[in-house]
Design a protein around this ligand. Structure first.
Ligand SMILES: Nc1ncnc2c1ncn2[C@@H]1O[C@H](COP(=O)(O)OP(=O)(O)OP(=O)(O)O)[C@@H](O)[C@H]1O
Ligand SMILES: [Mg+2]
Length: 365
C-alpha cells in the first residue's frame, strides 16, 4: 500500500552521491514547545547548511508526541517555510511518545527477506497494540559473531492514526513526508554524522516535555528511553513559586529577563529539577555499567533546549563522574556566515540536533 510504504521507517543512514536536485530531506522536528527546521545540501566535501530556524508553538498544540491542533501547527510551518525561503518539499519528520514502541529482540540470524516475514509474528508478543493499527519496521543490529549465530533486532512500531495525522497536516501545507523516523535514532544519526562511531556515548536530549536517553556503542543503540520530564516543568515551577504568567516565568528561566532578587529561590528550583533529570540518567548509566562492566562509558552529550541551562554540563559531570558536553550538530557542516549569523547558529545549535539528523537523510528518488 502506498501509504504504508511512504511511512515505512527508514532506520539506516545512507548517503547518495552528489546530486543537483533535492537529495536530502528537509528535517522537520515538531516538538511540544517549538518546530525546528533544518535544510542541508550535500556537497563533495560533506554537508552545507542551507537554512535553519525555529518557531514556538501554542501550548498544547502538540502533546505526548500527538498532534492536537493540526491547523495551528500547519500555519506555523507554512510561515516558517516562507520566512526561511525553503523550497524543498520532501520532508523527514520524527516521532516519539507513548505511540512509539522501540523494542530490542534477539533472533537467529536470517536473510532480510525471511526476517521481514518472520518479524510480523514476533512483533505480536512485544507490541502492546493491535498490529493492524501500527506501522512496523526493524533493523538488524548485526550483533552476531563467529561463535554466536543470534543477532539483536531493533523493532519499531508507531500508531498509524498518530503518524497519519502528521502526514495529513503536512500534506495540507504542500509537503511530502518521505521519511518518518524516531527521535532517538535521528539524534543518533546526527551525532554519528559529526563524531563517527567511537566510544560508548550517552546521548541525552532534554526537550520541553520529555527527555530522551540513548546509549550508543559502535553505531548500535544499547539503551533508548523517553522519560516524561522536560524543561517545561521548570518554567511551571518558577511560575508557581513567584505567581507569574507562563511567559514571564519562561523569560526568567532562559535568562532573557533578569531576576536579581530571586536568585536564591531560583537556584533551589533549578537544582531540584535538574537533580530529578540526573536521577533518570543515572538509571541508564547503572543499566549500562551492570551489563557492560568491561567497556566503560566515554561521555554524556547533551542536546535539546533544556540542555542550555547555564552550568548544566558541569553539574551533570560532577554528579556522574563522566565528561559532559553540549552537542553542536554543525561541528562539521559548512556554513555561509554571510547568510547565517554565527551567534544565532551557536545559540540554537543544541535544539537542532534532531532536525539536523533528519536533514542528513537521503530522499528516496
Ligand atoms: N537558554 C535556555 N535555558 C534553559 N532552557 C531553555 C533555554 N532555551 C530553551 N529552553 C527550553 O528548552 C525547551 C525547548 O527545547 P526543545 O525545542 O528541544 O523542545 P521540544 O523539542 O519542543 O520539546 P519535546 O522534545 O519535549 O517535545 C523549552 O522548555 C525551553 O524553555
Ligand atoms: Mg524535542
Amino acid at each position: 500500500m502506498a501509504l504504508q510504504s511512504l511511512t515505512k521507517f527508514n532506520l539506516k543512514n545512507f548517503s547518495l552521491p552528489f546530486l543537483n536536485k533535492q537529495s536530502l530531506t528537509v528535517g522537520l522536528d515538531i516538538g511540544s514547545h517549538a518546530i525546528k527546521i533544518c535544510e542541508l545540501l550535500e556537497g563533495r566535501n560533506g554537508v552545507k547548511l542551507l537554512s535553519l530556524g525555529s518557531a514556538r508553538l501554542p501550548a498544547d498544540a502538540v502533546e505526548d508526541g500527538e498532534l492536537r491542533d493540526p491547523d495551528s501547527v500547519a500555519e506555523i510551518i507554512k510561515s516558517l517555510l516562507k520566512n526561511l525561503k525553503i523550497k524543498g518539499k520532501k520532508v523527514g519528520i520524527s516521532i516519539s511518545g507513548y505511540s512509539v514502541i522501540l523494542k530490542k529482540i534477539n533472533l537467529s540470524v536470517m536473510s532480510e527477506k525471511d526476517l521481514a516475514e518472520h518479524i510480523q509474528s514476533e512483533a505480536e508478543q512485544y507490541i502492546p497494540f493491535d498490529l493492524d493499527d501500527v506501522y512496523l519496521d526493524f533493523q538488524d543490529l548485526q550483533t552476531n559473531t563467529e561463535t554466536e549465530d543470534r543477532t539483536d533486532i531493533m523493532l519499531v512500531a508507531a500508531k498509524k492514526d498518530v503518524v497519519n495525522a502528521y502526514l495529513q497536516m503536512l500534506q495540507s501545507v504542500g509537503l511530502k513526508t518521505v521519511l518518518v523516523d524516531v527521535d532517538a535514532f535521528a539524534l543518533e544519526n546526527s551525532f554519528e554524522m559529526n563524531f563517527g562511531q567511537e566510544g560508548n556515548v550517552v546521548l541525552v536530549d532534554i526537550g520541553s516535555s520529555k527527555m530522551n536517553i540513548n546509549i550508543i556503542s559502535q553505531g548500535a543503540s544499547l539503551f533508548a528511553r523517553d522519560v516524561v520530564m522536560g524543561s517545561r516543568h521548570l518554567t511551571e515551577q518558577i511560575q508557581e513559586k513567584f505567581d507569574l504568567e507562563f511567559e514571564e516565568a519562561e523569560s526568567i528561566k532562559i535568562g532573557a529577563v533578569s531576576a536579581e532578587d530571586k536568585q536564591e529561590e531560583l537556584a533551589h528550583l533549578f537544582v531540584n529539577t535538574t537533580t530529578k533529570w540526573i536521577m533518570e540518567i543515572q538509571k541508564a548509566l547503572d543499566f549500562y555499567n551492570s551489563n557492560f562492566p568491561d567497556d566503560p562509558l566515554s561521555k554524556i552529550v547533551l542536546s535539546g533546549g533544556g540542555s542550555k541551562i547555564k552550568g548544566l554540563d558541569l553539574f551533570f559531570s560532577k554528579e556522574t563522574g563522566l565528561p559532559v558536553e553540549v552537542f553542536n550538530p554543525f561541528h562539521l557542516t559548512e556554513v555561509d556566515t554571510e547568510k547565517i549569523d554565527p551567534d544565532y547558529l551557536k545559540s540554537i545549535a543544541p535544539e537542532m540536533a534532531i532536525p539536523m539528523g533528519l536533514a542528513t537523510r537521503a530522499c528516496p528518488l
